[in-house]
Unconditional design. Sequence first.
Length: 76
Amino acid sequence: MPLSMICRLIQSAFQTGHLSVESEGLIRQIIAVRGYQTTDLAALEELHQAIHAGQVKREAGESISLFAMPLRKISH
Protein backbone atom coordinates (compact mmCIF):
# COMPACT_ATOMS: atom_id res chain seq x y z
CA MET A 1 0.00 0.00 0.00
CA PRO A 2 1.51 3.38 -0.99
CA LEU A 3 2.18 5.96 1.69
CA SER A 4 -0.32 8.77 2.07
CA MET A 5 0.79 12.34 1.36
CA ILE A 6 0.82 13.05 5.12
CA CYS A 7 3.08 10.05 5.76
CA ARG A 8 5.42 11.10 2.93
CA LEU A 9 5.70 14.63 4.34
CA ILE A 10 6.43 13.25 7.80
CA GLN A 11 8.95 10.77 6.41
CA SER A 12 10.74 13.67 4.72
CA ALA A 13 10.85 15.58 8.02
CA PHE A 14 12.51 12.58 9.69
CA GLN A 15 15.02 12.22 6.85
CA THR A 16 16.04 15.90 6.95
CA GLY A 17 15.55 16.51 10.66
CA HIS A 18 13.38 19.52 9.83
CA LEU A 19 9.67 20.11 9.32
CA SER A 20 9.36 23.00 6.88
CA VAL A 21 6.65 25.62 7.12
CA GLU A 22 5.42 24.44 3.72
CA SER A 23 5.19 20.79 4.76
CA GLU A 24 3.43 21.68 7.98
CA GLY A 25 0.96 23.82 6.05
CA LEU A 26 0.31 20.99 3.58
CA ILE A 27 -0.31 18.55 6.43
CA ARG A 28 -2.83 20.95 7.98
CA GLN A 29 -4.52 21.54 4.61
CA ILE A 30 -4.80 17.83 3.79
CA ILE A 31 -6.34 17.12 7.19
CA ALA A 32 -8.78 20.01 6.86
CA VAL A 33 -9.90 19.05 3.35
CA ARG A 34 -9.60 15.27 3.19
CA GLY A 35 -9.17 14.13 6.77
CA TYR A 36 -6.68 11.50 7.76
CA GLN A 37 -6.22 7.74 7.92
CA THR A 38 -5.20 5.67 10.93
CA THR A 39 -1.63 5.39 9.60
CA ASP A 40 -1.49 9.19 9.32
CA LEU A 41 -2.47 9.59 12.96
CA ALA A 42 0.26 7.19 14.07
CA ALA A 43 2.82 9.08 11.96
CA LEU A 44 1.63 12.43 13.35
CA GLU A 45 2.00 11.12 16.90
CA GLU A 46 5.52 9.90 16.11
CA LEU A 47 6.40 13.30 14.60
CA HIS A 48 4.97 15.10 17.63
CA GLN A 49 7.17 13.02 19.94
CA ALA A 50 10.25 13.60 17.76
CA ILE A 51 9.67 17.37 17.79
CA HIS A 52 9.38 17.42 21.58
CA ALA A 53 12.51 15.23 21.88
CA GLY A 54 14.43 17.61 19.60
CA GLN A 55 14.97 14.98 16.91
CA VAL A 56 13.01 17.05 14.37
CA LYS A 57 13.02 20.86 14.32
CA ARG A 58 10.05 22.94 13.20
CA GLU A 59 10.82 25.93 10.97
CA ALA A 60 7.63 27.54 12.30
CA GLY A 61 8.98 27.43 15.86
CA GLU A 62 7.03 26.33 18.88
CA SER A 63 4.48 29.16 19.04
CA ILE A 64 1.69 27.10 17.44
CA SER A 65 1.24 23.45 18.20
CA LEU A 66 1.31 21.13 15.22
CA PHE A 67 -1.74 19.46 16.74
CA ALA A 68 -3.76 22.65 17.30
CA MET A 69 -6.09 21.76 14.45
CA PRO A 70 -9.36 19.95 14.12
CA LEU A 71 -8.74 16.37 13.06
CA ARG A 72 -11.23 14.65 10.81
CA LYS A 73 -10.71 10.95 10.27
CA ILE A 74 -11.53 9.26 6.97
CA SER A 75 -12.01 5.54 6.62
CA HIS A 76 -10.03 3.42 4.18
